[in-house]
Design a protein around this ligand. Structure first.
Ligand code: FMN
Length: 171
């Protein structure tokens, strides 16, 4: 039986939702990162990601300025850092320094990789589309990296109000 409810109430049933870190860099080379739940793969030839990023976010400004970004899959061990990066703005605060997030150079773009993430995708901004109140940034994936630790699990939002955790994989 289906019960009609307000849309936000039904959306509470979407969890677990994967969370990614979007890493960008300023013109003078200072990195920043934010948490993003609204992301998806939108093309496989070429590979492309779409990330929905509030125009008030510092990340939005940086991607506009420098034209590239990294989509990183944080591991379940990075819940604390992800929550911090997703609840503070980088306009004035050096979030990377504050949460001691380890970064490493990308191979094809200026934005750096998240060193301990499960995987990293280097993206070059292709277009920005805004069908509603949140801009969708579409990036072409130009390089990808995986963690050598194959047992590392991804981080998810498992319940509303940013409850972050790993999920048990199917056996
Ligand atoms: C789990 C989680 C998921 C989030 N998903 C999104 C999202 O999809 N889009 C968005 O604009 N903000 C999202 N946020 C909020 C941003 O990460 C937050 O506004 C951040 O402070 C922006 O950082 P910046 O201003 O340094 O770019 C999310 C936060 C968390 C904790």
């Amino acid at each position: 039986m289906q019960i009609e409810v307000p849309i936000p109430k039904a959306l509470e049933r979407k969890y677990p939702e994967p969370v990614v870190l979007v890493v960008s860099v300023s013109k003078d080379g200072k990195p920043n990162a934010m948490a993003v739940g609204w992301y998806c793969i939108v093309s496989y030839e070429p590979f492309m990601f779409a990330v929905c990023i509030d125009s008030e976010a510092y990340t939005y400004q940086l991607i506009q300025e420098t034209g590239d970004f990294v989509v990183a899959f944080p591991s379940e061990k990075q819940a604390k850092e992800t929550l911090f990066l997703g609840t503070h703005h980088g306009h004035k605060l050096d979030k990377i320094e504050r949460c001691k997030l380890k970064l490493s150079p990308a191979s094809k773009i200026k934005s750096p990789l998240v060193a301990d993430a499960v995987a990293n995708f280097e993206c070059v901004k292709e277009m920005i589309y805004q069908p509603g109140n949140c801009p969708i940034i579409i990036g072409k994936v130009v390089a990808a990296h995986i963690n050598s630790d194959t047992k590392l699990q991804r981080l998810y939002t498992v319940a509303k109000n940013y409850k972050l955790s790993g999920v048990v994989p199917a056996r």
